[in-house]
Design a protein around this ligand. Structure first.
Ligand code: TRP
Length: 364
């Protein structure tokens, strides 16, 4: 078994490499294949939009072939409920398309491949050889998994919780994805994927490596805090503006957003995180800097800030929300997108699995 231990490396080095990669993606988009994904746990909110969705759309529009995996099996690792998974897959797909993802939809125009991994047996089969390339001890040490176990509050941890990062390696490697846009919490998983690719190539593939070692592309986007200030925006903390919210709901949520007692509006993320977060959102929806907005609002206070943000946010989201409604009214199209994505993912996965079998001397 491999004697090399998993090197998580320094965060600074990862940031440096990610910057270089960012530059090359613009010059040579055709060299890359982006694989990103989400668990289907509900609709998306503006934190997702500014944090990851817009970045995916940007990469897609640079001409990078993009795959989006909807990790439905992974939902089973830390939740008891499964009844809503199907609906969440459809809602997630609608959010992607409304945000500007142009999907491969079987009509020959689109490009981005969207698929739930439970529908791609050849991808899932990669899990079996991959599991033999890592040790239990390595899976046990994964810091993100440890945190999730602590957060889940479950008494019995199922084995899927420890092995899903290996499954994630299959999500990425089935299509030979070589760029994975990630937040910091996903870096351990990506490092594991790189180790699996390397060990597979070393052990089975001799002169002709089968898998690339995918690189992380760190998000340049700001983290959006929830409307209660302190924490990251998250649906489960009830501090989020959903993409699907109506204009009135958006206004009500912003009205209740936490601020502070200081009437003069200033942009000070360290001392005044709640006000700074609202100014950041104002900046993201208008293109003007948070500092400019702070100056404009000045002693207008939190009331003026919220009023302005409500207007700007609703205006900014209006086209997306209109598109969202159209898609909601057209479930057949959404299904067609998923079918086309699954078909494309399966054909890629089948080709990779054949190569994998050849390397392992299992072809007959
Ligand atoms: N683990 C990721 C999350 O919790 C979701 C995911 C599954 C993913 N497969 C992936 C992300 C492949 C990137 C690439 O958000």
């Amino acid at each position: 078994m491999a004697d090399e231990t998993i090197q998580y490396g320094t965060y600074e080095a990862t940031v440096e490499r990610s910057k270089k990669l960012e530059g090359d993606l613009e010059i040579n988009p055709q060299k890359y294949r982006v694989l990103t994904g989400d668990r289907p746990t509900g609709r998306l909110h503006i934190g997702h939009l500014f944090g990851s969705l817009q970045n995916r759309v940007r990469l897609q529009n640079l001409g990078v072939q993009t795959f989006i995996v909807i990790a439905d099996y992974q939902v089973l690792t830390d939740r008891d409920t499964f009844e809503a998974i199907g609906e969440n897959i459809r809602e997630l797909t609608i959010d992607y398309l409304a945000a500007g993802i142009v999907p491969l939809d079987g009509k020959g125009q689109g490009k981005t491949v969207i698929f739930p991994h439970s529908h791609v047996p050849e991808l899932n089969q990669l899990l079996l050889p991959f599991l033999t390339l890592v040790t239990n001890a390595e899976l046990d040490r994964n810091p993100t998994v440890k945190e999730e176990i602590a957060a889940a509050g479950q008494k019995r941890i199922n084995a899927g919780m420890y092995t899903y990062p290996v499954h994630q390696a299959a999500d990425i490697l089935f299509c030979k994805g070589n760029v994975v846009p990630v937040g910091k919490d996903q870096l351990p998983h990506l490092e594991l994927t790189r180790v699996i690719a390397r060990r597979f190539n070393d052990r089975f593939a001799g002169q002709a490596p089968v898998f690339p070692e995918p690189q992380p592309l760190l998000s340049k986007s700001p983290v959006i805090l929830g409307l209660d200030g302190g924490q990251k925006m998250s649906k489960s903390r009830h501090n989020a503006i959903m993409l699907s919210a109506s204009e009135d709901e958006t206004a009500n949520l912003l009205k209740k957003a936490k601020t502070d007692a200081d009437r003069l509006i200033t942009y000070d993320p360290d001392q005044r995180p709640e006000v700074a977060n609202l100014l950041l959102l104002l900046s993201l929806t208008t293109g003007e800097t948070p500092e400019t907005w702070a100056e404009k609002i000045g002693d207008g206070g939190a009331g003026t800030l919220k009023k302005q943000l409500t207007e700007s946010m609703n205006e900014y989201l209006r086209p997306l929300r209109t598109r969202r409604k159209e898609l909601e009214a057209n479930p057949d199209y959404v299904r067609q997108v998923l079918r086309a994505g699954i078909a494309e993912a399966r054909s890629q996965a089948e080709a990779t699995l054949n190569e994998v079998r050849d390397s392992m001397h299992m072809s007959i």
